[in-house]
Design a protein around this ligand. Structure first.
Ligand code: HEC
Ligand code: HEC
Ligand code: HEC
Length: 308
């Protein structure tokens, strides 16, 4: 009898231990943002569980079909007017892709037909081809921002996601393409290319037309609270990226100018001292965590300061 009791208490202890490990696993499975590994994930990832109405609305806009414009014969008149060849296929031309796709030449971003492992294109489900969600909402891709949104069940502040590359400086976001000096579509070419931010914002995703019984539960509950917050990127807008297209042996290649990239990636050089001190476990060290917290994630462009 006594032996049995011992046996049972041992089993019970094992059971408790099992529960604890399981709970720990569950905690580990809850994905934590990884500050320096942010990358583009594509618009499809924003659809399907959280922002279906936004995706459906976006799909129908010019941004959701922007890649198709690069095909031969598309908008022939507009191309001629802009000095472009209406019969040419521009769909793998770096001179166009930065503004007509998502995250081109950045981690996880769109890969054109001339690159290794080109992006898969599904005409029914626009993704990294097209001007996707991440071109307006992030600087370096939505992978980490998604984790914050999920882990907080939507109760995040602007600052929470801004740390991982979300931007809230919408007017500046549009300028990134619509007013970029490298755009072939200037008001000199056609007056219709003059950009009106206030009118434009109303068209980016007319989400009110896309709420259904199935996605109603995805309506943002904290959006009004966030509207009252002022993000750092709103007071000091993020830099507008610039790039160069260089002729290489295999053809032209786009390089984003490092000095104009707002996302301040952690380089191997910055990690070195932590590795030296803590070996492979540096990521678990207090010092490393503090370093991440203290880090200024973005290089802000001084806006008016810079001009003055
Ligand atoms: C700097 C960003 C940028 C670059 C580079 C760029 N585009 Fe565009 N493109 C835009 C924007 C923004 C619009 C929408 C302009 C508008 O309607 O006001 C646009 C619109 C277009 C249109 C539709 C124009 C119309 O009036 O219907 C075509 C076609 C097009 N682009 C082709 C190209 C091609 C081809 C290239 C490369 C040679 C290119 N674009 C490079 C940003 C860019
Ligand atoms: C052309 C730029 C652009 C694209 C592309 C875009 N958005 Fe937006 N989005 C905006 C702007 C601008 C606002 C703010 C609008 C406002 O305040 O009325 C916004 C607001 C939102 C909001 C509300 C955020 C809040 O807290 O209030 C969500 C959610 C959102 N967008 C999701 C998406 C998703 C998902 C996609 C892709 C399917 C997408 N957006 C594509 C520009 C864009
Ligand atoms: C990554 C580049 C890019 C960014 C960023 C961008 N746009 Fe665009 N936008 C385009 C392109 C390309 C088109 C051309 C689509 C077409 O003519 O069919 C376009 C077309 C438009 C149009 C007209 C076509 C339509 O019905 O959708 C509006 C309005 C517009 N953009 C507003 C905005 C606003 C507002 C923002 C910022 C919140 C913004 N865009 C940010 C590239 C961009």
């Amino acid at each position: 009898m006594r032996l049995d009791l011992k046996k049972y208490s041992a089993l019970f202890a094992l059971f408790i231990l099992g529960c604890l490990t399981f709970a720990q696993d569950a905690e580990a499975r809850k994905k934590k943002p990884d500050n320096y590994k942010t990358k583009y994930v594509g618009s499809v990832k924003c659809n399907g569980s959280c922002h279906d109405a936004y995706y459906q609305a976006w799909k129908k806009t010019g941004h959701g079909k922007a890649f198709q414009l690069l095909g031969p014969g598309e908008r022939a008149e507009a191309k001629k007017k802009a000095g472009l060849d209406p019969e040419k296929d521009y769909s793998a031309d770096p001179d166009c892709l930065r503004c007509h796709t998502t995250g081109y030449r950045q981690k996880g971003g769109f890969r054109d037909a001339n690159m290794k492992k080109p992006s898969f294109i599904d005409p029914e489900e626009p993704n990294k081809e097209e001007v996707g969600c991440e071109m307006c909402h992030t600087v370096a891709g939505g992978s980490e921002i998604r984790k914050v949104m999920k882990n907080t069940k939507g109760k995040f502040t602007k600052e929470d996601t801004e740390k991982y590359g979300q931007r809230w400086d919408y007017a500046n976001v549009c300028a990134r393409c619509h007013l970029h000096p490298k755009s072939p579509h200037t008001p000199e070419v056609d007056k219709k290319y003059e950009f009106n931010f206030e009118a434009g914002v109303k068209k980016v995703h007319k989400v009110d037309d896309f709420w259904t019984e199935d996605n109603m539960d995805q309506k943002l509950k904290k959006a009004d609270e966030r509207k009252k917050q002022t993000a750092k990127s709103e007071t000091t807008p993020l830099v507008i990226e610039d790039w160069k297209v260089k002729q290489k042996k295999k053809g032209p290649k786009l390089y984003l100018e490092k000095s104009s990239q707002p996302y301040n990636k952690i380089s191997g050089k910055d990690r070195k001292p932590f590795k030296k001190e803590h070996g492979k476990k540096y990521k678990k060290s207090k010092e490393w965590k503090k370093f991440l917290e203290d880090r200024e994630w973005f290089k802000y462009q001084g806006g008016e300061d810079k001009e003055g």
